[in-house]
Design a protein. Sequence first.
Length: 259
Amino acid sequence: MSDFYSNAIISNNNQVARTNTTNTTNTTNTTNTTNTTDTGINDSTSQSGNSLLDKDAFLKLLLIEMQHQDPTDPMDTDKMLTQTSQLAALEMQQNTNTTMQSMVETMTNLSTVIMASQNLASLSALGKMAVINNPYINVSSSGESFSDIDMYLPKETKDGATFQVFNSKGDVVRSIKIEKDDLTQGLNKVSWDGKDDNGNPVPAGQYTFKTSYTDVDGGTSTSSFGAYPIESVRFKDGIPYAVMAGKELRFDLISEIVG
């Protein structure tokens, strides 16, 4: 009987020894695997700036998690689907960001080319006649007078010039005669007291100002308010401005360029 118990104790001790050896081996392997896993994750994280996981590191982490899951307690499939969806969304977002950045660069280059073309086009307008948008004299209230109406005369007059004021219907409401000595070739300032030929104040509204005269060469020259030559072109913050009648005007405020 004592031999039976002795053999049982020895057999049990051997089994315990084998069990401990197996656990030690598993623990060692698990530790090695964990170290290997940590090294792989650290490498991926290091490549991503040690702060954010990119999609490759995220996929590697998911595969390692699946590889070392407990067979008796596997991963939840819902969680796996959620993580996979997050991975797909992350990759899509990165692709979208890359595409948007490329589009921004393309639009920036295109804007530079368009601006350069506009600048060249604006320089070609030097010396040409340009007409401003809404070339009207705005009378805001009845009896309003004007002392500095800009009129450009392309040539010197032979016997002076008569300036006519037209209402919105095209009717002449006032004729203003100015002698030759008071006019010069180029820009002139003309005054209008805001009255018609009968001395009555004109009603509020938009009026045009024109003249047709005999020039020193015996020909007929015309002039209209709002039509001036482009004297020079100035650039401010990359935007071209036309200098007309001594004033700066953006090119988008010019309705017509003739010449």
